[in-house]
Design a protein around this ligand. Sequence first.
Ligand SMILES: Nc1ncnc2c1ncn2[C@@H]1O[C@H](COP(=O)(O)OP(=O)(O)OP(=O)(O)O)[C@@H](O)[C@H]1O
Ligand SMILES: [Mg+2]
Length: 306
Amino acid sequence: MKVQTKRPEQIQVTIHPQQEKRSKEAGSWVMQPEHYPLRKAEKSLDKLIGMKKIKSFVRQIYAFVYVNQCRKELSLPVSEQNLHMLFIGNPGTGKTTVARILAQMFQEMNVLPKGHLIEAERADLVGEYIGQTAQKTRDLIKKAAGGILFIDEAYSLSRGGEKDFGREAVDTLVKAMEDHKHQFILILAGYPEEMQRFLRLNPGLPSRFPHRFHFDDFSPAELLEIFLRQADELGYVCTPTLKKTIKEHLEELNEQERRSHNGRYVRNLMERMLRMQALRLLEENTLDDESLMTFTHVDFEKSTLS
Ligand SMILES: Nc1ncnc2c1ncn2[C@@H]1O[C@H](COP(=O)(O)OP(=O)(O)OP(=O)(O)O)[C@@H](O)[C@H]1O
Ligand SMILES: [Mg+2]
């Protein structure tokens, strides 16, 4: 479908016959050239394990923003585009990764002029004396202008009670969300229980964040899949028996440990294995193709020694 504006007061909508036929197939609209930003984001999301709900949510947000842009072009009333979000999930569940994908998608849709991601935490917003917090927070918002301001462990902003300067940071953020509505997108991230408490403590906040993403913990099988995909992307393979050993290792991790690291556990394991394999190859003086590409039990065992 193409929306053409001949004269400001005259609007013509043309539907090409093939497009009409194609659009009857559910989801086929995504293939139309103008939806390239969504396809690109979905391609990046497809590289991630799980996240089914998040993938469908990203499509909804894309559709909402796109349709609003079409309405605006035709001077139809547009619902206020509040794109501030809450990302709720344990460490290593992909919150930062998804925020980066969204930032890029919004930039390509011209929702954000720059599409960069500024990651911040309490210490970047909260000062040590009166007046410093508001200034620090405003400086950070300035840095994030045109992109996404992502505040990790956002609940820590209200941990100190009434007298804590964190409250000043929250107030400054809320004010900036009103004053600079379309200049940046604010994402507050944090662990589930703490975020619920944080939102209860700040009654003005929940309604300002209409979009909520929940990031689930990964099962041992999903962690193994993440490991294998990362290895594949980097051009490494594991022998079948090594795969089995890593799987058992991930299953043996205690629940607490698994949930407090998730994907980051695998990322760290991968980085240690890369170093151990490199060291082994130099010690063995074997630098042939196959050796360069292969992780062995020795690499894994040395990587898991504490
Ligand atoms: N669904 C996923 N599929 C594949 N890899 C993932 C997935 N989620 C996270 N990862 C990987 O796990 C690591 C941590 O991800 P990320 O930094 O996005 O997590 P996070 O939720 O922001 O963590 P934190 O709360 O500690 O900041 C990265 O290496 C990322 O590539
Ligand atoms: Mg993160």
